[in-house]
Ligand binder design. Sequence first.
Ligand code: G3I
Length: 351
Amino acid sequence: MRSLAILLLAALAHAQAQTLRGAGDKRGVLVGAAVDTRSMAVEAYASTLAREFSMIEAENEMKWAAVEPTQGVFNFKPGDTLAEFAQAHGMKLRGHNLCWHIYNPGWLAKGNFTAAELNALLRTYITTVAGHFKGKVFAWDVVNEALGESGGLRDSIWYNQPGTGLTGAGYIDEAFRWAHAADPAALLFYNEYGAEDATDNPKSEAVYELVKGMLARGVPIHGVGLQLHITTNPKSVSRGGLDANIARLTALGLQVQLTELDVRVPVDAEGKASASDLAAQARRYGEIVSVCLKHPGCTAIQTWGFTDRRSWIPKQYPGFGAALPFDFNFQAKPAYAAMLQALGATESTGN
Ligand code: G3I
């Protein structure tokens, strides 16, 4: 009787000792979350983050508009704070991002700069920022979302409005070269949304062709970030389509990191989701984690936020929310259990 009680207590302690980061470490995959430094002042936010995750990334505070709000005046404080937090807790810091078509400061977006000036501005920015965070940021999203839905390069100040004076993907190549020169040890990623599923998807084709071309041109690129802002509908991103896409990208010798995972579900006026939607969401989280783990080249799984208290979803998709693995009060949701289970930390419950 006594030995049974001891066994049960040991099993309970074992279950409690499981964390996403612990389970991820055992499987050789980083488990990350997008964060903001203001929320880190909340004790439960900071402690959950440190306990559960092995990687962080600024949701907004390391984008150009935040880093250089006034030309020539750089604000590295939030990024430095994240670097310190990461170091203190044995985590990696992922950088997001160095070149994007939106969230640029007004002085840049509305500056009416010439192509030659934009080329120099991008080079200076990348050199300065990647240089500042050298040795602190282990991987950068160098270029973010440069492709349109039909697979062509998206209109932007960097490409054609007026552009940097370089043709085609030339500005992307240069951005990677400048980042590599500033921090040769950093892993450099191309990050994209809506390009997760290899099936019948011009954008995922275009990402594949883009990075294949970059490799052929000798551009220093080390990986592709697949964002994964998804729903419970398997048609949006299918298991097989994601699997095939990760397979073909990693076959190029590139890493894949799942960079912005969230699974939005319908919510009521209080932001609450139904139990059945939370169960479907959990299955989806488990499925995504399992697909990543099939591929040694899939090296990180990161959620876009981690608590339903801080998520971009309700604002962007009215009527939807509850997209993350922890609820408003930092309690683990079924999605969390499904992630742990897929990481092999807990036994299957048959769900
Ligand atoms: O910080 C200001 C605040 O001072 C002001 O009162 C408020 C008024 O609206 O705006 C706040 O800034 C907002 C910022 O998020 C912080 O909450 C911006 O308006 C808003 O545009 C910004 O949205 C972010 C968006 O990127 C644009 O940068 C989202 O939080 C962020 O989740 C989203 O993240 C992107 C990834 O970077 C790339 N992939 C897609 C993903 C989702 O859109």
